[in-house]
Design a protein around this ligand. Structure first.
Ligand SMILES: [Fe+2]
Ligand SMILES: [Fe+2]
Length: 315
């Protein structure tokens, strides 16, 4: 056993203790090769662009960036029970990957903090966030509650509820849609080159994170078909607050800054969510050994990336 605080042996010394061809090891290797340093990004043009914005545009930009900064801090902390849950299940390769995952979230936090400092927003930023009740519901209640439940009981059902909340709603729906909105604004106006670089790197990390979430749900659903209902149930529970996070930011304005189309963003979010759900559903009745080496969750994220790239090139 390699459970935290109860170690009796060592996975790394056991044959097959760390399977090199397993999906989490594949993600771990890929992440090691994609290292980037937030401190290496130049935000001087961002500061000029920020100063030249209208008041509404500046407010909207700060609201979005504050959601990301607070969100990255939250996910840095709240993933940690999942790391321990992997040890409790004897899955050291997943634990290795999740430590990289936690580290990447900490770097994302650093990147947004550096951006705020660079544009001169060094005062308290809570005002850009706390009016958003749906955001507060998800980040101070739903996300921590579902992740810290793993510390008490790391059962497959609780892992699914945690992964759907973390990987599929917070990362897959909220963060990805926000990044997409931001990329569209930046690309169409040619502004905030530093943030554009940050988003490019973060998007690359996030694709691996979401692929791991889809993989984790797939292996539990393959092992126990009744667990697919738990995936669906958790998504249904969170859809309304998740959409509320997006709409609350726009409800502050009569004319949405940068001409962002809210229904286009909602459609974007729902399309990705539905297709990831389909990828989990396709694991029903599948052989567990094949799920463990199946890279299709990664291929799905690469396909989304390619679609975004085409869409943004047309902007
Ligand atoms: Fe992140
Ligand atoms: Fe992430």
């Amino acid at each position: 056993m390699i459970e935290h605080g109860k170690r009796q042996g060592f996975a790394s010394l056991s044959p097959q203790g760390i399977k090199p061809d397993s999906f989490p090891m594949r993600l771990f290797r890929k992440g090691n090769g994609r290292h980037w340093d937030p401190a290496g990004i130049d935000f001087t043009q961002d500061a000029r662009d920020f100063a030249a914005m209208s008041d509404d545009e500046r407010w909207w930009t700060c609201a979005l960036a504050a959601q990301f900064l607070a969100g990255e801090e939250s996910v840095t902390q709240d993933l940690q029970p999942f790391v321990a849950a992997m040890a409790a299940e004897g899955r050291f390769a997943d634990e290795m990957y999740l430590t990289q995952f936690v580290y990447e979230e900490a770097k994302h936090t650093q990147a947004f903090r550096l951006w705020f400092d660079a544009v001169g927003m060094t005062g308290d930023l809570h005002e850009f966030l706390t009016y958003n009740d749906a955001y507060m519901e998800i980040f101070t209640k739903q996300l921590p509650d579902s992740l810290y439940a793993l510390a008490i009981d790391p059962s497959p059902r609780n892992q699914i509820r945690a992964s759907v909340t973390y990987n599929h709603i917070v990362e897959g729906t909220l963060a990805l849609t926000g990044y997409y909105a931001w990329q569209k604004v930046c690309a169409s106006r040619g502004i905030l080159p530093g943030i554009q670089q940050v988003i490019k790197h973060i998007g690359d990390d996030e694709r691996r994170h979401m692929a791991w979430g889809t993989f984790t749900c797939r292996r539990h659903v393959a092992a126990d078909d009744t667990l697919f209902d738990a995936v669906d149930e958790r998504m249904q529970e969170l859809l309304v607050p998740a959409m509320g996070v997006v709409t609350a930011t726009f409800e502050q304005f009569e004319d949405v800054p940068f001409g962002i189309d809210i229904s286009e963003m909602a459609e974007y979010a729902m399309d990705k969510l539905g297709r990831r759900l389909g990828a989990i559903e396709s694991a029903r009745g599948a052989d567990l050994l094949s799920i463990d080496v199946d890279a299709s969750p990664e291929a799905l994220e690469e396909r989304f990336h390619e679609e975004d790239r085409k869409e943004l090139a047309a902007v």
